[in-house]
Design a binder for this molecule. Structure first.
Ligand SMILES: [Zn+2]
Ligand SMILES: [Zn+2]
Length: 328
């Protein structure tokens, strides 16, 4: 927070085959640590998925570090649109079994048979065609603060749930032109292959996701067809794409679109809370959490929690915690 130099928030991903992800991780960590990079990066046998904050003065060296690896040559980098560089505060590179925790059995369908990749402008123009079906492939906590106009928004809390919902919702539209989108494009790689496996004929996906779309709109000075904010998985929580506020405070329903976590640490629910409700509930998601927090403050460490019969979960997606948000 106190750094006086500028940072740039970027993201990138690529699927490739890697023999030794642990060694690859260690090498990347050493290089990027020495360049003072921050971020959250996943490395798997199937590729890399990275979101990072890079000091502007080291950007060239960072890009050169990518070119040292053939598998990272010319990897498309997405630059954040609304960016103060304060997106990450440490460097974490993890080795994972898969890039996206999608819960899908990759052996059950051809993951390489993906949909057509559409550029920002192609996607933008196709949105207004009457025969197209636009589907938001993100979770509800993301789409509730921003989405493309007219998109189908499945009420899903996980990618796995989302996949089955979409196949079901679109079962009569298998011959239609389907346009998929997500934050940075990686989820649509799997989603499009999954839909094709289920008999969808004309599956298309937004290349680079909403992040790239937003940059395209900005460069071309077009009126965005995405309304509200694009939820992002870092400390910024979202990038504003249009001035419209799509989200609503979960407690009073007033227009509001910045997520926060319940102030009661044992709950830590991710939700939307307007400033006046934040004051009323002292940052908590419910009276129960507020009472518990006050009680704990009074009793100090002697207070123990028994939340087994908690009934406060009034919507499933509200049980998500920010630290669990690592879909992208
Ligand atoms: Zn409110
Ligand atoms: Zn709570």
């Amino acid at each position: 927070m106190q750094e006086s130099f500028k940072r740039t928030t970027i993201s990138f991903y690529r699927y490739f085959y890697l023999d030794n992800p642990i060694q690859f991780r260690d090498e990347l960590y050493q290089k990027w640590f020495s360049l003072n990079c921050f971020g959250r990066i996943y490395v798997a046998k199937e590729g890399i998925n990275a979101q990072m904050s890079v000091p502007e003065s080291n950007m060239e060296l960072f890009l050169a570090s990518l070119e040292e690896y053939e598998i990272l040559n010319q990897i498309p980098i997405k630059y954040a649109v609304e960016d103060d560089g304060k997106s990450f505060y440490k460097l974490v590179i993890k080795v994972r079994p898969k890039l996206v925790a999608d819960g899908l059995d990759d052996g059950a369908f051809d993951v390489t048979n993906v949909g057509n990749h559409l550029s920002g402008s192609d996607f933008h123009h196709l949105l207004s065609q009457p025969e197209t079906v636009v589907v938001d492939m993100r979770n509800l906590y993301e789409s509730e603060i921003g989405h493309f106009e007219g998109a189908i928004i499945p009420e899903a809390d996980t990618f796995r749930e989302e996949m089955d919902l979409v196949v079901d919702l679109l079962k009569d539209k298998k011959d239609k032109k389907v346009l998929l989108y997500c934050t940075g494009g990686i989820r649509c790689e799997k989603a499009s292959a999954y839909l094709k496996h289920h008999g969808f004929e004309d599956v298309n996906q937004l290349l680079g996701g909403v992040i790239e779309y937003a940059r395209h709109i900005q460069t071309k000075q077009l009126e965005p067809k995405f309304i509200g904010k694009n939820f992002v998985f870092d400390a910024r929580m979202g990038e504003r794409i249009s001035s419209q506020v799509v989200g609503k405070c979960h407690q009073c329903g007033t227009a509001f679109d910045t997520h926060s976590n319940c102030a009661n640490q044992s709950c830590h629910l991710l939700f939307l809370q307007c400033p006046s409700c934040a004051e009323k509930y002292e940052g908590c998601c419910s009276d129960e959490c507020k009472d518990e927090l006050q009680e704990r403050n009074l009793m100090g460490s002697k207070f123990t929690l028994d939340r087994k019969d908690s009934k406060k979960k009034y919507r499933k997606s509200l049980t998500l915690k920010l630290k669990d948000l690592d879909n992208e």
